[in-house]
Every structure is written in C-alpha cells, then in structure tokens.
Design a protein around this ligand. Sequence first.
Ligand code: 13P
Ligand code: SF4
Length: 299
Amino acid sequence: MKEKIRSLAGKRNAIILAHNYQPPEIQDLADLCGDSLELSIKASRTDADVILFCGVHFMAETASILSPAKTVLLPRQDAGCPMADMITPGALEKKLETLPPMPVVTYVNSPAAVKALSTICCTSANAIEVVNSLDAGDVLMTPDKNLAQYTAAHTDKNIHLWDGYCPFHDNLTPEDVTRVKEAHPDAIFLAHPECRPEILDMADVVSSTSGMLRYAASSEHSAFIIGTEVGLLYPLKKANPDKTFYPASIKMECLDMKKISVDDIFRSLESLEGQVKVPEIIQAPALKAVQRMVDLAVS
Ligand code: 13P
Ligand code: SF4
C-alpha cells in the first residue's frame, strides 16, 4: 500500500504532510512530518498541485488559506479539533465589543473564519515572538487559555484570555506528573504550552512538538518524560533509539489525530475526495493573519 500511495502521489504531483501526532504508519509514508508551524511554512512554499494533509481539519484549512489554487485533501473530513470548536467568529465579535480596541492573536488551532477576524496567527512554537512583534500593550489571545497564560508569563504585554483549551493537554494533572517523576527521577520533563500553568511550572523545558524533538536529539540526558499527545513518542524513539521516553500520562491521546488510515490516504488520493477549500471571502482576510505569522517565522 505504501508503494501504491507513493506512485499515485507522484502521478498527481501530490505532497503528503503529517503532524507529529499521527500514527507511526502515517508518519513513515509522509513526505514531511512536523509541528503546526513547520507544516504551515511547507504548505505556503510547495510547488505540488495537491497537498494531502494527515492531521485535523484546521491544518488542512490553513493549507488551503496559504495555497488557495492547490487541491487540499483531508482524507477524513470528521478529523476535527475540540479546541478549535471552542470559538466561533460570532462569539469573537461579541467579546471584542466588550474590550477596548486591541490586536487579536489567534492560535492556528482555530476555524478559518476566526483567523479571518484576527490580526495575526501563532503556533505553540512562536506565540511569544508573535505577541512581542505587536505594537500594542494589550492583546487578546484566542482560543487557548493555557498557551495565552504561558505567553503572558513571558512578555510585558497585558494578555486577555479566551476560555478554550485542548482537552487532552488540559487533562494532565500535577499528580500524574509527580507519579511519573517519582518513578523516573533522572528524567527531564518536557511539556507542551497547551498544558495548564501548574504543569508548566513543573517542566524543565516548555516547547512545541518539533521543539521537543530537537531538544531530545541534542540533549546529553538519556531519559525524558513527555508532556504532550502520546503520538510524539514514536518520532522521539525513532530518532533517538538509545534514549528512553515516558508519557506523562497515557490519557493524552487525541482520537481525532488517529482517524486517518493508510487506506483513507489511498482512497482520497485516487478519487480526490475529502477536499478542503476555504471560501474566498474568508480566505483573503485569513491569509493576511496566517501569512504575517509565516513571514515572521522565516524572516
Ligand atoms: P504543535 O505541533 O504545533 O506543537 O501542535 C500541537 C497541537 O496540538 C496540534 O494539534
Ligand atoms: Fe486539537 Fe488537542 Fe487534538 Fe491538537 S491534540 S488536534 S489541540 S484536541
């Protein structure tokens, strides 16, 4: 099946992008695996005709925003993100009516129509840099309150929160972390900024998924506790066979990230079913916010 997919991808001039949380067999057949920022940059620069996204809906939407002329495929249309569903454009407009004018920084884990109302997007890899790039004292960050609180602790800006969160990261408790730390006292604890502030206070390193991959590869330590979605354990082990990785909690499994199968990829590439196309009325303003982030990241 892997060979059939590779040959079909060649015929269609398609590139297969996969998030670091995808199942092992999907990561192994993708052209590129990465965190949200790396995948956004790749989607903005590829000369492929078709982008097949192995991830969740907001990621395919972001690829469509950045490359509106390309065919963007999400092999399972029901692969969504519960955090992205915690905000709507109508609710954002209502919130903005209650605040003095201020820029809106929106995490890419959000609907395209919310990005269209935002000043600039961010990912977990660049939130602090994005907020610091703004010429304003007050900033509204949506939809992840945990990423916003982490950013607030590392900038002088006055950050206003939206009450959204990733259910899997937000579910990690200090008791979970203490248990794993006690079992593996020499292990370094890496946590994703989608975790709660009290978890980040316990972390040795806070970073995006690809930041964790880079840290583990270059660290002199040999054991790590991983405070993010459990799918990241596969690329960590693959790249570092001599090092040991423990999940902070096996509860941290995002079922939406596990929906796409190898068969779904083949079917979608063959039939071109599962297209994600952001309407132009949303794509044009959303592009401004996403492109501003990408330009900052690659400048
Ligand atoms: P990153 O890979 O950007 O750290 O993203 C985490 C995430 O939750 C994506 O859904
Ligand atoms: Fe959304 Fe969390 Fe799943 Fe990422 S891990 S797709 S933020 S629910």
